[in-house]
Design a protein around this ligand. Sequence first.
Ligand code: SF4
Ligand code: SF4
Length: 393
Amino acid sequence: MGLLECSDTYWKFAGQCTECGHCTGACDSLTQAEMTLGQIAKAMIEAERTAETREDLRMNIAMNPQLVQAVRGCFFCTSCKNTCFAHNDVCDLIYHARVDFQNLDLIARGDWSSVLVDEEWDIFTAYRAIHGIGYDDLIRHDDGDCEVAFFPGCSLAAYGPELMREIFETVEALGGKTTLVDHCCGSPLKSAGFFDRAEALCDRISDEVAASGAKRVVCVCPGCANAMASTLGRRGVEVEVETLSSYLLAHGFEPKRKELPQTPLYLSKSCQDRDGSYLRDTCELLGVAPDVPKIFHGCCGAGGGVSAFDPNRQAQQADSKMSFAEDGSTVVTMCPTCTYTYAYRLMSAPRDLANKHYTELLFENQFDWDLVFYQLNSMWSGEYGPWLASVLG
Ligand code: SF4
Ligand code: SF4
């Protein structure tokens, strides 16, 4: 093997790219870097060609700020791929570049030490432990007679425990015995350049689902659904993957909250909802008119661990998506991490805008973001501060 672990990927990508430039025009980060995706691949190859040692290679990349911007500034939103006539796979390219960045110590430990979600402690499990949020009574992987595996994702499981339980109970009442999958899908690991660890985590989840006997996995986040579909398919496990909206629609769910907000609604599409089916199903589930305003335009700002590299880019992206909603309206998200990201941005830069996950319009329990942000901040001081710094530092 050469100095780069993933050089095959770069050669393949470079061979498929005509450098038409459409991807650059579709992306603020590529525009800032003045690079096409194919030029990222070529720059990685060139950095290796002119290096004799690992340290040479590291310096060649570190001294190329355009390349660093293009690789670290990616949300994995695939907006660029939608403009590429060849459908060149941006995620394959950038995930592999992140692996080489990680191998070369080009991603600082502080950028990922709190999201090693395949270890015992990460920011989500620490939050849950410190604030007494546990679900042992809902985890039934070993029973073997479950119908459904419910996968709420990190943000809902950590920051909306009452809402999570209410949804779980509904899923079970509608579809039979259910087990909870309260793991992360591994997305933060991939963003940090730990691709194999992310896949190993998904394999473990796949084993748990198979052991539970579940015939379907119901995911709240479209990114978790993509990760599970890919893993189960790769491993030949015949378990169906569904989004929560699709599942609730198919099972005749009756909303617990009868009234939608009186404010105008803007439904914000998740970039992980590649074909828009989650958005369509959610519109139908909410009973909103087909012409209800929708917000497309890529990522909410949370994807790809970009916030650790460039917090302003995350804030600008959240502002950009929310800018399509008029003052006095409610932005409705599909992915709970989008809801978290907008809540965080609205706390930092307040606007007359309500921000709801769609399940909050259907169920009684709600997120309490003021409490969540207070609890997230406070756990770094006081009696848990030193412990937290030692396990996540
Ligand atoms: S749009 Fe596709 S072919 Fe054109 S430069 Fe980008 S990756 Fe290459
Ligand atoms: S996936 Fe999104 S953020 Fe990444 S290069 Fe493409 S458009 Fe830019």
